[in-house]
Design a protein. Structure first.
Length: 259
C-alpha cells in the first residue's frame, strides 16, 4: 500500500512482495483521513504516470489499484472508523492527533478490497507498522504482515516521498537524523542510557534548520518506553524532527551484546 510519489524504498517493497507471492498488487491512494487541518494534503506529490512507469519497470507488478477519494469514501468521510487506541497517541500521535485512526481505517478498507494473503510495509514507518500488526491481530484479519528494512540514500538519509520538499541545505542538515541513530547503535555495548546519550549528543549539534521533536528508545511492538536500567531484546531508537517546513522520521533497531 502506498500514497504514490514512489521511490526505491517502495520498489523494495514490491520486489519483496514478488518473492512471497505469485501475484503482486500495488495500491496508490493519498488518504485524506490521515492528514490534519494544517498538514500537506494539497501539496502532497501526486505523480501517477511516473509511478506507473516505475512499477512497470520492475516487471513483477500484476495490478495497480489507484482509486479516487470518492471511490474509497463514496459518502464522504466515513462515520465509522478504526481507532488506534493508546498506541496511536504516542510519538507521531502526539503531534498528529487522529493520524493513525485515518491510517488504520484506510488500510483496513484496502485489505478488504484487495484481499491479499501477504501485505508488505516498510520499517521506516515503524509506528504505523506496529499499529497495523496490532490491528491485524486484534481484529483477526486473515493476512500476514511482512516488514522490509528501511532503504537509504548512500549518505544515510532514509528514503521518503517528503524528501522532495527539502531544499539542498535542508537535505544536508537532515542527515543528522541518521547520524544520531548510527551513534546510538554504536554505543549499544554500554547499555540503553548510553545509546540515548550518544544519539542526543549528535542531535544537539544539528543545524538550526532542524528542530527535533523526540528521540526515544521503545519496544518496537508495544511502543512503550524501553527499560533504562537493562538492555532489552527488542529495542527501537526512534527520532523525529522538522527540517525547515518538512517533518521527517527515522528509526533503528538496537542490538545489544549477548542478545
Amino acid at each position: 500500500m502506498t500514497m504514490g510519489a514512489l521511490h526505491d524504498g517502495h520498489l523494495a517493497l514490491v520486489r519483496r512482495a514478488a518473492q512471497l507471492a505469485d501475484e503482486v498488487v500495488v495500491t496508490i491512494f493519498v488518504n485524506p483521513l490521515q492528514f490534519g487541518p494544517q498538514e500537506d494534503l494539497d501539496r502532497y506529490p501526486r505523480t501517477l504516470q511516473a509511478d506507473l512507469e516505475r512499477l512497470t519497470s520492475t516487471g513483477v507488478v500484476d495490478l495497480v489499484f489507484a482509486p479516487a477519494a470518492d471511490e474509497v469514501y463514496p459518502e464522504g468521510e466515513p462515520r465509522v472508523r478504526v481507532q488506534a487506541g493508546p498506541m496511536g497517541q504516542v510519538l507521531e500521535g502526539v503531534v498528529r492527533p487522529g493520524h493513525f485512526d485515518g491510517v488504520l481505517t484506510v488500510v483496513l478498507k484496502l485489505l478488504h478490497l484487495t484481499r491479499p494473503d501477504v501485505a508488505v510495509f516498510g520499517q521506516k514507518d515503524a509506528q504505523q507498522l506496529a499499529l497495523i500488526r496490532r490491528m491485524v491481530a486484534d481484529l483477526d484479519l486473515d493476512v500476514e504482515i511482512v516488514a522490509v528494512p528501511t532503504v537509504r540514500e548512500p549518505d544515510g538519509l532514509a528514503l521518503s516521498s517528503r524528501n522532495a520538499y527539502l531544499a539542498p541545505h535542508e537535505r544536508e542538515a537532515a542527515l543528522v537524523l541518521s547520524r544520531a541513530l548510527q551513534a546510538g547503535s554504536a554505543a549499544a555495548a554500554d547499555g540503553p542510557d548510553a545509546v540515548l546519550a550518544a544519539a542526543q549528543r549528535v542531535l544537539d549539534g544539528a543545524d538550526p534548520v532542524v528542530v527535533p521533536d523526540y528521540l526515544v528508545l521503545v519496544d518496537p511492538t508495544t511502543l512503550e518506553p524501553a527499560p533504562a536500567d537493562q538492555p532489552t531484546r527488542a529495542t527501537m531508537l526512534a527520532v523525529a524532527a522538522r527540517v525547515g517546513a518538512t517533518r521527517l522520521i527515522d528509526n533503528a533497531v538496537i542490538d545489544y551484546p549477548g542478545d
